[in-house]
Design a binder for this molecule. Structure first.
Ligand code: BDR
Ligand code: CA
Length: 315
C-alpha cells in the first residue's frame, strides 16, 4: 500500500531532498509537485523543483507554479542560506533540455492540485515544505476539494525558538495568515517544526553515506550539502546543517521514524515581535480543543536510512 502525495515546495536545498525522498521511497507515490515563492522568488523555486526531478530522472511527475508570495504580506526570502538562485553549490542543468527534461506544467498550482485530487482513486496527502500559501489558496478557493485531501503534513513552525526571528520559524513567519487559514479549515494537519528538524543534522557520516551511493543524484546532492552546511555554519553556527524538509516526508513514508502528538496549535498574527511564532500547547495550559498533530521526536538513524534508500532508487 502506497500513500499518494503531492509535494508543495520552495527549493531550497532541503526541499530538493524532500522531493527525492518522496519520489524514491517505495511507500509513497508522488503524483504532482507545486511550487511557491519562499526561499527565493517563484521563478527560481519552480525551476529548481524541475532541476531536482530532472537530475533524479523523475520525468513523469507534473510541476506547476503557484503563489508568488504570501496571502497578506510581502515575500521575505532566504538567499543567505540557499544562495541567489536558491540552490547554491552545483552547476544547475537546464531542466528543459538533456535526456530527462521536466517542463513546467501550464496549469497553476491550484489547477494541478485540483486535477490530481479529482483523478486519484483515493484521498491524496499534501506535503508542504515552504510557506503554506498554495494550500491556503486551494482551501479558500476550492473548499469542495477538502474531502479529497487525506491530510496536510507541513515543515514549519517550532515548539521552541525560531530561525527567522527569535520565536518564528521561516515558513511560518513568511506566511502566518496562510497557516492560520489551513489550521481553521479543520483538515488533518501535522506540523514538523525546528524542534525535530534540528535533529536531522547533515553530519560528515551522513554525507559520506549519501555520497557513497555513487549516482548522479547523490553526486548532485553532495554538492548541495556542501553549500548548505557552509551557509548554516556561517549564519547559525551549525556546520552540520539541519535538513528540515525531508522530515515532513518521513511522517508519511515511515511513520515509525517520527513521533507525533495531538495538541493545540495556533500561530501568532499580530505580535510586535512574535509574528509567525507557533503556539504549541503541549501541556494543555489553554484548555482549548486539540486541532493538530505536532512532531516531537525523530529516530535519526532510521530517518537517514530512509533518505538514503530513497535517493539510491533514483538515477
Ligand atoms: C525551512 O525554511 C527554508 O529555508 C527551508 O527550506 C525549510 O523549509 C526551515 O526553516
Ligand atoms: Ca523549504
Amino acid at each position: 500500500m502506497t500513500v499518494p502525495v503531492i509535494v508543495d515546495c520552495d527549493p531550497g536545498h532541503d526541499d530538493v531532498f524532500a522531493l527525492w525522498f518522496a519520489a524514491g521511497h517505495p511507500s509513497l507515490e508522488l503524483l504532482a509537485v507545486t511550487t511557491v515563492g519562499g526561499n527565493v522568488p517563484l521563478e527560481h523555486t519552480s525551476r529548481n523543483a524541475r532541476v531536482a526531478l530532472s537530475v533524479a530522472g523523475v520525468v513523469d511527475v507534473p510541476v506547476a507554479a503557484g503563489a508568488r508570495g504570501p496571502l497578506a504580506r510581502e515575500l521575505s526570502t532566504a538567499e543567505w542560506i540557499h544562495g541567489e538562485n536558491g540552490l547554491g553549490g552545483p552547476e544547475l542543468p537546464d531542466p528543459d533540455a538533456g535526456p530527462t527534461p521536466v517542463p513546467l506544467d501550464p496549469r497553476s498550482a491550484t489547477e494541478l492540485i485540483a486535477d490530481t485530487l479529482a483523478e486519484a482513486s483515493e484521498p491524496v496527502a499534501i506535503i508542504a515544505t515552504g510557506p503554506i500559501t498554495n494550500v491556503a489558496v486551494l482551501l479558500r478557493d476550492r473548499p469542495d476539494l477538502a474531502p479529497r485531501i487525506r491530510e496536510v503534513v507541513w515543515m514549519g513552525g517550532s515548539t521552541e525558538r525560531g530561525n527567522a526571528t527569535p520565536y518564528a520559524e521561516f515558513n511560518a513567519w513568511v506566511d502566518p495568515e496562510a497557516l492560520d487559514l489551513v489550521l481553521q479549515s479543520g483538515i488533518r494537519f501535522t506540523m514538523v517544526g525546528l524542534n525535530v528538524t534540528h535533529r536531522a543534522l547533515v553530519t560528515s557520516r551522513v554525507r559520506e553515506r549519501l555520497a557513497a551511493i555513487g549516482t548522479r543524484t547523490a553526486g548532485f546532492g553532495d554538492e548541495l550539502l556542501e553549500f548548505f552546511c557552509r551557509t548554516n555554519d556561517e549564519v547559525f553556527g551549525m556546520p552540520d546543517g539541519p535538513l528540515h524538509d525531508p522530515v515532513a516526508v518521513a511522517v508519511l513514508a515511515d511513520p515509525d521514524a517520527v513521533e507525533i502528538v495531538r495538541t493545540r496549535l495556533d500561530v501568532e498574527l499580530i505580535g510586535s515581535e512574535t509574528v509567525g511564532a507557533t503556539s504549541v500547547d503541549l501541556d494543555g495550559m489553554l484548555a482549548r480543543e486539540p486541532n493538530a498533530f505536532v512532531a516531537v521526536g525523530l529516530d535519526v538513524e532510521r530517518f537517514w536510512a530512509d533518505v538514503e534508500a530513497a535517493v539510491a532508487r533514483l538515477a
